[in-house]
Design a protein. Structure first.
Length: 82
């Protein structure tokens, strides 16, 4: 199963408080010794998930990137300024 020529990307989505960050922590800890992993968190106004995963030791800090989007890309109207 290590024959991928391109990175495998997995998206984790769900409502606030549904356990997305806890799932990522568990997956990272279970897979980090076998796979080369990185995580990009997507929060509207904070890098809270990045901080939580880093403090939990899910991956090395340089393998976790937090992105502040400033809004939800799924609900933003195409006519709204970005």
């Amino acid at each position: 199963m290590n024959s991928y020529k391109h990175p495998l990307r997995v998206g984790v989505g769900g409502p606030v408080g549904s356990g997305k960050t806890a799932l990522l922590e568990a997956l990272c800890k279970a897979m980090r010794d076998t796979w080369q992993l990185a995580v990009v968190t997507n929060d509207i106004y904070t890098k809270e998930d990045q901080r939580i995963l880093t403090e939990a030791g899910a991956l090395a800090p340089e393998r976790i990137v937090g992105v502040e989007t400033g809004g939800c890309p799924h609900t933003r109207s195409a006519k709204m300024p970005q």
